[in-house]
Design a protein around this ligand. Structure first.
Ligand code: PXG
Length: 465
């Protein structure tokens, strides 16, 4: 009988790292630097914990990459995939065909989405979802006889993916610096980031000012040339930037005034992350399109898509003829079956309400205590997302010199202490699985506190404070 090996134990860590360095180009990575250092190889997971190839247990406060909303090891998702793979592992939806999971998921998404959404277009990822958004909003205006209405307005420091259209919609200067992006017809306005752009104003006044940047740009371009505005309800990859409450209602007012389509990128905020099914519900706006991915399957298999509001669906269905767009994996039956099981689990476990009523408020309360730490200039939370802004001088909210990379120092302590927390510059962020318990939030907070203390000791020792 063959011995049953532990996951990952087929090779030693050093052997995994050598093969990785020899063949595997990782996303958003300095290939040479990583090859010299060696990857951390993750081999197993359960609930909110991961184990690496050296057997270390790690609390995953980033839900994989903002996606494992129901936590690891959920049997219902595993069984759904196994059953669907056995019955029908693949069929496409191109040539007037469909599969039961794709149809049923479309129906279920309409049930959990805000009422204006009755239709969905599936993709394989969030980036592909946003490519679909670009093609769909332009097609909509074409069909209505206004093809010149093609400009899409987004925001600096937005993240909308890494395909050519996704990276162009995004407002990441590092991404625009490579490969001639953004493509024409996409323009960026101010982000609602009070800490960086709004100090000296009240948060509410700043929210209105940041939204006014949209109106100014619409008037500069001409409303008859603007197709849509896109934004994340809370900027995730940008650093968990929770906008002032005045921001989104004003954006909605401006889009309505000029007839501009409003697109909510819900790739991170969707499926309970904010304590609502979708982030737009938390902030009180009514998008025409919603991009989703990640939490729709809790990341167990890739799936994304776009919820299409009735304003657009009606035009495309009744007057549009053929829409020349789609992906091999649009409506992949295994991905859709897993998504159905995932959404049922969120519904049956009352997970979204628990984030709203219990876990979100508890995280907010615990993060508020962190604000007293000498390194912390600002904390923000929204549902089960949180950000801690590290500062050099708390009284004046003065930031560290970027070259000191204090966020990376802190992230290093997190890694070494068994906690996965992201650093965006000097903003430390978490987005744990939505099934986390209060006791596990306490465990996470103790680790965060310890890492802040270790970082404070470092910067004191180096004379940076
Ligand atoms: N929109 C948003 C709001 C996202 O956060 C995408 C679109 C693209 O999704 P795909 O599935 O194509 O990756 C995302 C992805 C980070 C990080 O470092 C965030 C994402 C991806 C990778 C890294 O925080 N978000």
């Amino acid at each position: 009988m063959n011995a049953v090996l532990k996951p990952g134990a087929e090779r030693t860590t050093a052997q995994w790292q050598a093969a990785d360095a020899a063949h595997y180009l990782h996303p958003f990575t300095d290939f040479k630097a990583l090859a010299n250092k060696g990857s951390r190889v993750m081999v197993r997971a359960d609930n909110i914990y991961l184990w690496d190839s050296d057997g270390h247990k790690i609390l995953d406060a980033m839900s994989g990459l903002w996606c494992v909303n129901v936590g690891y090891g959920q049997k219902a998702l595993i069984d759904a995939a196994t059953k669907q793979m056995t019955e029908l592992p693949f069929y496409n939806s191109f040539f007037q065909t469909a599969t039961p999971p794709a149809i049923e998921l479309a129906e279920l998404l309409a049930e959990v989405s805000p009422t204006q959404f009755k239709h969905v277009f599936f993709s394989g990822s969030g980036s592909e979802g946003n490519d679909t958004v670009v093609r769909m909003v332009r097609r909509y205006w074409d069909v209505l006889g206004q093809p010149e209405r093609s400009v899409i307005i987004s925001r600096h420091n937005a993240y909308h993916g890494s395909t050519v259209a996704g990276a162009s919609l995004g407002g990441m200067s590092g991404m625009h610096a490579q490969g001639g992006l953004p493509i024409p017809g996409i323009t960026h306005v101010e982000q609602p980031f009070w800490f960086e752009c709004g100090q000296g104003m009240t948060r509410d006044a700043f929210g209105l000012k940041a939204a006014a940047a949209l109106e100014t740009r619409i008037l500069e371009i001409g409303a008859d040339k603007v197709a849509a505005f896109i934004g994340e309800p809370v900027q995730g990859a940008g650093g968990v930037i929770v906008p002032p409450d005045t921001y989104w209602p004003e954006i909605q007012r401006i889009c309505d005034k000029y007839g501009v389509l409003l697109v909510s990128d819900e790739v991170i905020c969707g499926f309970g992350r904010t304590g609502h099914w979708f982030g737009c519900e938390r902030f009180g706006f009514r998008p025409d399109l919603m991009t989703f991915a990640k939490g729709v399957t809790s990341g167990y298999v890739p799936l994304g898509g776009v919820m299409v509001g009735e304003r657009i669906a009606k035009v495309l269905i009744e007057q549009g003829g053929e829409f020349n767009h789609g992906y091999t994996y649009s409506g992949h039956p295994v991905a859709c079956a897993v998504a159905i099981a995932n959404i049922r689990l969120l519904q049956q476990g009352d997970v979204v309400r628990r984030v709203h009523d219990e876990l979100g408020p508890y995280l907010a309360q615990q993060f508020a205590l962190l604000a007293e730490h000498p390194l912390v200039g600002e904390v923000q939370t929204c549902g089960l997302m949180g950000a801690v802004q590290l500062v050099q001088d708390k009284s004046r909210l003065k930031v560290f010199a970027p070259e000191h990379e204090v966020g990376m120092l802190c992230r290093g302590h997190c890694f070494a202490s068994g906690l996965i927390m992201r650093a965006v510059g000097d903003r430390m962020i978490v987005a744990p699985p939505l099934v986390i318990t209060r006791a596990q939030i306490d465990e996470m907070m103790a680790l965060i506190r310890r890492c802040l203390d270790l970082t404070l000791a470092d910067v004191t020792h180096r004379g940076w404070v």
